[in-house]
Design a protein around this ligand. Structure first.
Ligand code: NAD
Length: 465
């Protein structure tokens, strides 16, 4: 058995050398191009960690490989960019309201920081895995590069269902997780933001905890904060608004107006719910929406305000009375002009891609479509706006928030939205041009642009000895 060499940020070559603590270090070790958990170095090293056929990480790496092949990327660069640079896993205690002590597992992964500080959301979800966080951190690198935002890619997560915690338990969990990952985060180093299961209040607690440790207020350590502590106008809606801009551009390219288009949205959360509202404001008809409990469909269009009110009251859209019930799987296959997956990854796969009936898929979620499904959709003429472009509005306005915080000079909502529109529409047409020139689908086009930008930055900076 050969032990892979370790290129961990802490510089140690063996897990046994790491400082004892309640923190588990998972270190970026490379053998060939496989990531190995350094914690297992005392045991039989698993050099052939079989990745699940459709795991988010396997899909992220396949998408990268397609672009790397087309770019004929140098094998050394390819090995660097195919895996995260830095991975950190923490196990930490939280005192529950009834006095019990529970332990939770969290992660923070930096995929690549060549183009700027690490940037990426924090997810609270009971099913989230380290592989998911690795994939999500990769997608953040490509997303920032696609819209030319000077950030690297990161992602964080805690394995928890936040709905099972009281507000005070949620606050204690957030503050302790922040403290555990505080050696990584900072306004010049790594700037978290909201993702599934987290929100502006959670960002406020992260900002406050980091600031307490620093002895002064550090607003630029997170984005997606409430406005009155340094958040940006337009951030809350930015992912959905950015998506609505690229959907408008795509509909124009396909010669049908958004006004009157029929829309189905999987995941009626922050992004999906807002996107449905914005598209309705543009004249579209929302025919279906869903959340984790199931979906609803009405051919003539859902009364969106009433659905949102029902969700706020009962916690789900699934039992909204004036519509037909559908499962999340059925929603994806409904007849519509635009399908917006805005929930979790790996929803459109080789198993259902040939039954999708939308003309455009606007990927708000990260990684909703597998590479196998991409080929099927492309062959069927379905226009997919990939996540690293379609979902980039959030990180774009996060970047604006960070810039405003560092300069302590704040913009109006109109200024934020105008700059967002410029970035999103510009990136959309750049990706579209590349897709036409290279005769590839929009995802590969976006990857060609993003991977070449990051690879070129790495080449210019050089490899530090
Ligand atoms: P959110 O937690 O506000 O909403 C997620 C929604 O998905 C909820 O309605 C939830 O009930 C639903 N959901 C969960 N599991 C589901 C399942 N198995 N099937 C169907 N629906 C399910 O999260 P969000 O911030 O709206 O993020 C949604 C997606 O957009 C995620 O993939 C996230 O990574 C991506 N994204 C978010 C942002 C952002 O700024 N918040 C930015 C870019 C991408």
């Amino acid at each position: 058995m050969s032990v892979p060499s370790c290129v961990a940020s802490c510089g140690q070559r063996d897990r046994r050398q790491h400082p004892p603590s309640n923190v588990l270090y998972y270190i970026h070790c490379v053998k060939g191009d496989k990531v190995v958990q350094a914690d297992s170095l005392n045991e039989e090293v698993q050099t052939d960690m079989a990745l699940e056929q459709e795991s988010a990480l396997a899909n992220a790496q396949k998408q990268f490989d397609i672009a790397a092949d087309k770019l004929q990327l140098d094998p050394g660069l390819r090995r660097i960019l195919r895996v995260p640079q830095r991975e950190f896993t923490v196990t930490f205690p939280v005192k529950m309201d009834d006095g019990r002590i529970e332990t939770f597992v969290g992660h923070r992964v930096h995929h690549n920081i060549t183009r700027g500080p690490a940037k990426g959301g924090i997810r609270y979800h009971p099913g989230v895995t380290l592989d998911d966080v690795r994939a999500l951190s990769m997608w953040m690198t490509w997303k920032c590069a696609t819209v030319s935002i000077p950030y690297g890619g990161a992602k964080g997560a805690v394995v928890v269902d936040p709905r099972t915690l009281s507000p005070s338990e949620l606050e204690r969990l957030t503050r302790r997780y922040t403290s555990e990952i505080s050696i990584l985060i900072g306004p010049d180093r790594d700037i978290p933001a909201p993702d599934v299961g987290t929100n502006a209040q959670i960002m406020a607690w992260i900002m406050d905890t980091y600031s307490m440790h620093s002895g002064h207020t550090v607003p630029a350590v997170v984005t997606g904060k409430p406005i009155n502590i340094g958040g940006s106008y337009g951030r809350q809606e930015a992912t959905a608004r950015g998506l609505s801009y690229v959907l408008r551009e795509a509909a124009e390219v396909l010669s049908f107006p958004i006004a009157g288009a029929r829309i189905a949205v999987q995941g009626f959360g922050n992004v999906g719910g807002t996107c449905a509202r914005l598209l309705e404001e543009m004249g579209a008809t929302i025919v279906a929406v869903s959340d984790s409990k199931g979906g609803i469909y009405r051919r003539s269009g859902l009364p969106l305000a009433a659905v949102a009110e029902h969700k706020a009251r009962s916690g789900t859209v699934a039992d909204f009375p004036e519509a037909d019930r559908v499962t999340n799987a059925e929603l994806l296959e409904l007849p519509c002009d635009i399908l917006v997956p805005a929930a979790l990854n790996t929803q459109i796969t080789a198993r259902n891609a040939d039954r999708i009936r939308a003309r455009i898929i606007g990927e708000a979620a990260n990684g909703p479509t597998t590479p196998e499904a991409d080929s099927i959709l492309y062959d069927r003429g379905i226009f997919v706006i990939p996540d690293i472009l379609a979902g980039a509005g959030g990180v774009t306005v996060s970047y604006f928030e960070w810039v405003q915080g560092l300069q302590e000079f704040f913009w109006t909502e109109r200024e934020v939205n105008a700059q967002l529109e410029r970035v999103m529409a510009g990136a959309f047409h750049q990706v579209l041009r590349t897709a036409h020139e290279q005769r590839v689908h929009m995802r590969t086009a976006a990857y060609l642009l993003a991977v070449s930008k990051v690879a070129e930055s790495t080449r210019i900076r050089g490899i530090y000895p």
